[in-house]
Design a protein around this ligand. Structure first.
Ligand SMILES: C[S@@+](CC[C@H](N)C(=O)[O-])C[C@H]1O[C@@H](n2cnc3c(N)ncnc32)[C@H](O)[C@@H]1O
Length: 265
């Protein structure tokens, strides 16, 4: 592993745009499929309350507003939200679209979102348990795909598989808008270096707890359970390779970025 890679992985824990704390994990998923996914990333079943908190922060609210605006939804659109979590995007998209499929790999997250929906006057959202890289949807059955802070939990190969799946389920001409951690894991770019310095500084200012978090992250990474953010260049190339056009990838003033593209006809 490159020195830069290690430093970066020591630091990746929580979105810089949120800068909150993250707690541990324990078993929970019920299906084989979700167990497999949980092994590959975090166990999201234990993180429902934490994610509900993150979703209410100004950082995530701002991402929601930007992603929804870039989705340019209309009342006939069938929308897919990948890694829907507690419904940040799905609930915002529902009043603007015909139908929303809120897909997530975590059974607990799905149950939580279903409970929320039962208390809301929203009838056009279906919650679906599934994986980003094996979408349980028909070909060309979706007009707009949205996603926020899910893809960096997939390896680069997993992200590409998921993008293939996004292309498959999108109708020709359909749009995809993905918000995610977007920076290169390394020290070669000025933005990457500044982000990493900020992350490390933030952790170290927390004292022993922060240093412990850095250590835990390093262990998670070495065990193959780390996060996998990709830089804007990676996203541009991957979207192009998979068969998207009109691609724009914008880095935000934190570690995040938003990619927008249209499926070729
Ligand atoms: C950081 S949360 C973001 C949730 C929501 N999009 C938001 O912005 O509040 C990431 C979500 O992605 C889900 N997730 C992680 N890996 C996934 C995968 N391979 N397929 C589908 N969902 C996944 C997690 O269960 C979690 O709900």
């Amino acid at each position: 592993m490159l020195k830069g890679d290690l430093i970066a992985f020591l630091t990746i824990t929580v979105p810089e745009c949120v800068a909150s704390s993250v707690t541990g994990s324990s078993p929970g998923p019920t299906s084989r499929r979700s167990r497999l996914a949980a092994r590959r990333s975090k166990n999201w079943d234990d993180r429902v309350a934490e994610l509900e908190q993150l979703a209410s922060t100004p950082g995530f609210s701002s991402l929601r507003e930007q992603i929804i605006a870039l989705g340019r939804l209309n009342r006939n659109d069938r929308v897919l939200d990948i890694g829907a979590g507690t419904g940040l995007l799905a609930l915002a998209a529902a009043p603007r679209a015909r139908h929303v499929c809120a897909l997530d790999v975590s059974p607990a997250m799905c149950r939580h979102l279903e409970d929320k929906l039962a208390r809301l006057p929203i009838a056009n959202v279906d919650v679906v348990l599934g994986m980003a890289n094996e979408l349980p949807l028909d070909d060309e059955s979706v007009d707009v795909v949205l996603s926020n802070y899910c893809f960096h939990h997939l390896s680069d190969a997993g992200k590409r598989q998921a993008l293939d799946e996004v292309r498959r389920v999108l109708r020709p001409g359909g749009r995809v808008v993905i918000g995610d951690m977007m920076f290169h894991v390394g020290l070669s770019g000025a933005r990457d270096r500044a982000l990493i310095a900020r992350f490390v500084g933030r952790m170290l200012r927390r004292g022993p707890a922060g240093a412990l978090r850095l250590l835990k992250n390093a262990i998670r990474h070495v065990a193959g359970r780390g996060e996998h953010p990709a830089g804007a260049d990676w996203w541009r190339r991957a979207l192009e390779d998979v068969g998207f056009a009109e691609i724009t990838v914008r880095a935000l003033d934190h570690e995040g970025g938003i990619a927008v593209a249209r499926r070729n006809r």
